[in-house]
Design a protein around this ligand. Structure first.
Ligand SMILES: [Zn+2]
Length: 118
């Protein structure tokens, strides 16, 4: 993964996770949760990619009433039930990109992973 060289300045781990929200995309430490690098969401969601991507709800969403309300509106389910769908989306980027963008643009933070193909 391209960000495997990143090291968290706070806890020194290399467990990086991507979080998409609005039109932004943040790489943050998966261990302590500190954001360490930001880039554009569009840039990482190339529409023609066959690379498998997984999107999960950010579990910290329960601390974000506005985003939680958006989830309940989008899915018609309590946040806890949507959180239990793990992952929320999984597949080649070309097939799940639109869903990820729609959810992220609605202001709901998603954690993105690219599972290794091995
Ligand atoms: Zn850290």
């Amino acid at each position: 993964m391209l960000d495997s060289q990143l090291l968290c300045p706070d806890c020194q781990t290399q467990h990086v996770e991507g979080v998409a929200e609005g039109m932004s995309y943040v790489l943050r430490c998966g261990a302590c949760g500190d954001a360490i690098l930001a880039t554009s969401l569009i840039a990482i969601l190339k529409p023609d990619s066959d690379r498998i991507i997984e999107a999960r709800l950010d579990p910290r969403i329960e601390d974000r009433p506005a985003a939680a309300a958006t989830i309940e509106k989008l899915w018609g389910l309590p946040v806890a039930e949507v959180l239990a769908r793990d992952p929320l989306f999984r597949g080649p980027t070309r097939t799940v990109r639109d869903m990820i963008l729609a959810v992220a643009q609605a202001g709901v933070p998603l954690v993105l992973h690219w599972p290794s193909s091995s």
